[in-house]
Design a protein around this ligand. Structure first.
Ligand code: MG
Length: 160
């Protein structure tokens, strides 16, 4: 088994929606980012790369590369996971936490979970996303941005 942890933050700017877990969510702000700013998928991608000792998302998809301008983070997630699987590792558990004062995310969690399970080829009962506020404390509490944490478990049992 290999464990991986990921963390990401994106700040808000003017806008009318955000993308989290591949789901477009109406909001009175947007993420300031080179890609689509999907902070949840970025944390998850980093956790997968971390568990496989493959560095981080910035190494594989540099934000200085115009190729990744407005990139769909689901594409980046799938591409990163393909590299992980190439090493013989399979993700068997993923647990994530999104910290956001607003918008309220509970109604969107099932769609986000389904997107991630699809992209990683995992059953729904091995993918979990939690949403919490930060009780109005810190930058999340002031609604300046959103942060996300992810933990994954990889199985590298050789196929015999
Ligand atoms: Mg990011």
């Amino acid at each position: 088994m290999r464990i991986g942890h990921g963390y990401d933050v994106h700040a808000f700017e003017a806008g009318d929606n955000i993308i989290l877990g591949g789901v477009r969510i109406p909001h009175n702000q947007a993420f300031r980012a080179h890609s689509d700013g999907d902070v949840l998928l970025h944390a998850l991608t980093d956790a997968l790369l971390g568990a496989a000792a493959l560095g981080d998302i910035g190494r594989h998809f540099p934000d200085t590369d115009p190729q990744f301008c407005n990139a769909d983070s689901r594409d980046l997630l799938r591409e990163a996971y393909a590299k992980v699987k190439h090493l013989g590792c399979t993700c068997i558990s993923a647990d994530m936490t999104v910290v956001a004062q607003r918008p309220k995310l509970s109604e969107w969690l099932p769609d986000m979970t389904r997107n991630i399970a699809l992209d990683l080829g995992m059953p729904l009962n091995r993918v979990n996303i939690k949403a919490t506020t930060s009780e109005k404390l810190g930058f999340c509490g002031r609604e300046e941005g959103i942060e996300a944490y992810a933990v994954v478990l990889l199985d590298e049992t050789p196929i015999s």
